[in-house]
Design a protein around this ligand. Structure first.
Ligand SMILES: Cc1cc2nc3c(=O)[nH]c(=O)nc-3n(C[C@H](O)[C@H](O)[C@H](O)COP(=O)(O)O)c2cc1C
Length: 139
């Protein structure tokens, strides 16, 4: 069984759209705090939380990880890397012995996105595919 775990923030909800097209059981990462709507403020504040490795509160997801052998993670690239909310999900829910696909959504800069998952994903897992979408198009 495959779980598709996603986080999406922008008005376009690019990561959510990508995630919902993938077959599996879908789980959304939801921040506890109300999110900022103003884009420049988003860039500043969420960019800071991400690159400064801050922790955030996410609503606990009701997922029995033992029921899934495949996990697909879909989320936006922030500051060139995994965003603070997907990172928090992986810290709160350590994955073990899974086949993992990592998908990123971005507007062009994703240099450290996949490598930034290295310290969050235990070596018992197998990364089966890394996929990037730039402006909604799969590269
Ligand atoms: C805080 C913040 C940082 C971002 N950093 C990057 C980045 O480093 N590279 C990039 O290409 N896009 C960056 N973006 C743009 C998003 O990755 C892009 O719009 C993404 O498709 C949004 O996905 P979503 O609709 O699922 O939220 C950033 C956006 C925000 C809010």
């Amino acid at each position: 069984m495959k779980a598709v775990i996603y986080f999406s923030l922008s008005k376009k909800k690019s990561s959510k759209k990508i995630a919902l097209e993938i077959p599996g059981k879908h789980f959304e990462i939801i921040p506890v705090k109300k999110t900022i709507k103003c884009v420049p403020m988003q860039m500043f504040y969420y960019g800071y939380l991400t690159v400064a490795n801050k922790s955030v509160d996410i609503v606990p997801i009701d997922i029995d990880l033992n029921s899934f052998d495949e996990i697909t993670l879909v989320s936006p690239v922030w500051g060139g890397q995994v965003n603070v909310y997907m990172r928090q999900f992986l810290l709160d829910n350590p994955l073990k012995n899974k086949k993992i696909t990592i998908i990123g959504s971005c507007s062009g800069g994703h240099k450290n996105y996949f490598s930034s998952f290295d310290k969050l994903i235990d070596s018992s897992n197998e990364i089966v595919e890394n996929i990037i979408y730039v402006k909604g198009i799969k590269i």
